[in-house]
Design a protein around this ligand. Structure first.
Ligand SMILES: [Zn+2]
Length: 86
């Protein structure tokens, strides 16, 4: 095989490789994971608030932010349940 034929064969292979890469690019990009959603905004709890176990089934007895009330009780910021002073 002469040098000219070798260069021609290499050029054809390069052209085929570029063509295949251009055809496969969009197909491969389709399988990438979706973009990560932005983080949630942080809302600071009210001043003097405490995390207390809420005694209702609405909150599932989980530790929820309770805001202090003037009478010394605590009010759940999720369901509004009033809890005795602790
Ligand atoms: Zn609650």
């Amino acid at each position: 095989m002469s040098t000219t034929e070798t260069v021609l064969v290499i050029a054809v292979w390069v052209a085929v490789a570029v063509f295949v890469a251009l055809r496969l690019g969009p197909i491969l990009r389709r399988h990438q994971p979706a973009a990560v959603p932005p983080y949630a905004n942080f809302t600071p709890p009210p001043a003097g608030a405490r995390y207390l176990a809420c005694d209702t089934t609405i909150c599932g007895h989980l530790a929820i932010v309770h805001a202090p009330q003037p009478d010394g009780t605590w009010k759940c910021t999720r369901c509004g349940h009033i809890k005795g002073g602790q």
